[in-house]
Design a binder for this molecule. Structure first.
Ligand code: XIL
Length: 341
């Protein structure tokens, strides 16, 4: 029958994030399902520094080797996520204070991982989430120890380790105008130094009503104007209202305070199922309009049970943000997306 990857073949890759169970092929039916619908993969967690580089002098490539083997076996586009990120860092990395020490660790981290998979991985998220919503640079351990040059340096090191692999900058809220300007400034600085950057990843953690299609379109065009590829890297559309009607830092605070919300709704009401389907249709219509600029569209998980949006950004709620339900059955949104082709 029909599948996402076949429907959009020749337009852009259709990817999914994979977590450990899927990579380790715990259930052959799931493997078969993934290879039927998707032709690109991203590691949801296992390539993050806390897993791949748990100690300063120790890398662990056991699961990442399986991930790459999975992609090769099914003839998929294999994306690496992510080399430099302030989050999911091992303690040893996050506690470095000295700039010479950070410089050495940073270089070793990028060079070792990229060289290890040279010629086997198609693209890397070199730097993830380095820009704040107001367009300034995030005060991460990397900025504190190395200064703003850490970004260009990361791209330079990755390019030296594998000159052919595509190198991406990846972030969320990429449609927010202030952040967009900040990202564009940052990318221009990399380019002015003569350092290679091939693409920009817009994570795409979106909602039923925001960002608007116009804002998404404006951003795709603005990033593409920098002469790089644009990828939608972590697509999901939350079907739930904002927790307590709040957004951003106010929600994070409540999450940290361990606040919970009631599991609402217990299942997705039909009226929201319809809205979700319409929203996905609008989004994919836009992607098709700009398919010459878009290299890949990757969902942040195969089906709703895998989604990181369950219990996040607030504990207690189940979300329904993907195209397949808990039983791997296609939702209304799936059929509506496929009907565009
Ligand atoms: C998330 C994973 O989905 C979760 O399983 C994990 O607990 C936290 O990280 N931006 C990113 C992704 O770049 O790596 C994050 O993934 C979601 C937000």
């Amino acid at each position: 029958g029909a599948s996402l990857k076949d429907a959009f073949n020749g337009d852009f890759y259709i990817g999914t994030a994979l977590d450990v169970n899927q990579i380790e092929e715990k259930d052959p039916k799931v493997t078969q399902f993934i290879s039927k619908e998707f032709n690109a993969i991203t590691a949801e967690n296992i390539m993050k520094s806390m897993f791949v580089h748990p100690q300063k002098d120790k890398f662990d490539f056991e699961t990442t080797d399986k991930y790459v083997a999975f992609g090769k076996k099914h003839n998929m586009f294999i994306h690496g996520h992510t080399l430099i990120w302030h989050s999911q860092l091992p303690k040893w990395f996050s506690e470095i204070k000295d700039s010479a020490e950070m410089n050495a660790a940073f270089e070793n981290h990028i060079t070792t991982i990229v060289k290890k998979y040279k010629g086997q991985i198609n693209s890397w998220d070199v730097v993830n989430e380095a820009v704040n919503d107001d367009g300034s640079l995030r005060k991460s351990v990397f900025l504190k120890t190395l200064g703003e040059d850490f970004i260009a340096k990361a791209f330079q090191l990755a390019a030296a380790a594998d000159p052919k692999v595509d190198l991406y900058y990846n972030d969320y809220s990429m449609t927010n105008p202030a952040k967009r300007e900040g990202v564009i400034r940052m990318v221009k600085k990399i380019q002015e130094k003569g350092v290679k950057i091939d693409g920009i990843g817009m994570q795409g953690h979106w909602h039923l009503d925001r960002p608007t299609i116009q804002e998404i379109e404006k951003s795709i065009l603005a990033y593409s104007n920098l002469g790089v590829k644009v990828a939608i890297t972590e697509l999901d559309v939350s079907a739930l209202p904002s927790p307590f009607g709040l957004q951003g830092a106010e929600v994070s605070q409540r999450f940290e305070n361990n606040e919970k919300m009631n599991p609402y709704p217990k299942s997705l009401p039909d009226s929201i199922q319809v809205k979700l389907a319409q929203r996905y249709e609008d989004i994919f219509k836009l992607f098709l309009k700009h398919k010459d600029k878009i290299s890949r569209v990757t969902f942040w998980g195969v089906n709703d049970t895998q989604s990181w949006l369950n219990d996040f950004p607030i504990r207690g709620r189940t979300d329904y943000p993907l195209l397949f339900d808990a039983n791997l059955q296609p939702k209304k949104a799936y059929y509506q997306v496929l009907s565009l082709k």
